[in-house]
Design a protein around this ligand. Structure first.
Ligand SMILES: O=C(O)CCC(=O)C(=O)O
Ligand SMILES: [Fe+2]
Length: 258
């Protein structure tokens, strides 16, 4: 990995966004999406689709450049975690497939901080409408490391906000965009977006036509959410939104999880 990419990952570990374009070759993307189309159509609960996340991760890890990016991103984030919070955290990873489509607005405009200090978003497919294509919205000013109590409070408030009517959530994003508090990141299929979602607030736009697909991989949980993320994950399942199928899996290639 060159010095510029390494510097981008160090910046990302401190709460900024790093973008790595065209990491997944077109042919690989097509075969992933082909497999996912069939898995999605297999049943109405799309169980097979969400269960395919692991296969997608394995396919991505067959790409040498992706494997290296993942390994270096974990290294940079672990360095940040050790030096800033003085903990090593639980490595993970946890991952899942996300779908943004016009059939549901529940997952859009849901501002949040992740429980983990490293997030990789790999866009697999973009929606048809360029304006409303489920793109990532990222907030420019990262927060400082919160005290555990404040972190829990903030998480609960943000979970409450998810329950607000869609027009209110969408209007808030629009206001924040106009004030320059956040920006919209055009999601390109095959690109990888790396950030410290524990420091950098983010959400996704809604989708008006077609379907956006992404694979999300989280690493390094510093343990500040005290089980709240697990409860929220269950809540999401209870609400029949199977978009948060997050499984602990094997570590990144060449990275020791213990
Ligand atoms: O799919 C995306 O673009 C981001 C999803 C996300 O923020 C998350 O799963 O925590
Ligand atoms: Fe997130």
């Amino acid at each position: 990995m060159n010095a510029q990419d390494r510097a981008a990952l160090t910046r990302a570990s401190k709460g900024h966004l790093a973008v790595f374009e065209s990491m997944v070759p077109q042919t690989t993307l097509s075969s992933i999406n082909h497999m996912l189309d069939a898995a999605y159509a297999a049943s109405s609960d799309h169980k097979q689709f969400f269960g395919s996340a692991k296969d997608v991760v394995h396919t991505l890890r067959d790409i040498p450049a992706f494997r290296e990016l993942e390994k270096e991103a974990v290294r940079a984030a672990s360095d940040w975690l050790r030096s800033t919070m003085n903990v090593s955290g639980t490595v993970g990873p946890w991952f899942g497939l996300r779908v943004g489509s016009s059939t549901s607005t529940v997952g859009s405009h849901c501002r949040h901080f992740d429980s983990h200090v490293l997030t990789l978003v790999i866009v697999l497919q973009t929606a048809k409408d360029e304006d409303k294509s489920g793109d990532l919205i990222v907030y420019s000013k990262p927060r400082g490391v919160p005290r555990p109590h404040d972190n829990l409070l903030r998480k609960s408030v943000q979970w409450g906000e998810r329950g607000l009517p869609f027009p209110l959530r969408a209007a808030r994003t629009q206001r924040h965009l106009e004030r320059g508090l956040c920006s919209r990141i055009r999601g390109l299929p095959g690109s990888v977006y790396v950030f410290n979602g524990f420091l950098m607030q983010h959400c996704n736009l809604d989708v008006t036509q077609g379907e956006r697909r992404s694979l999300v991989i989280h690493y390094l949980d510093p343990g500040l959410s005290m089980g709240l993320s697990a409860i929220n994950r269950l809540r999401r399942h209870a609400a029949a939104v199977p978009t948060d199928a997050v499984h602990p899996v094997e570590p990144a290639a060449g990275f020791d999880a213990t």
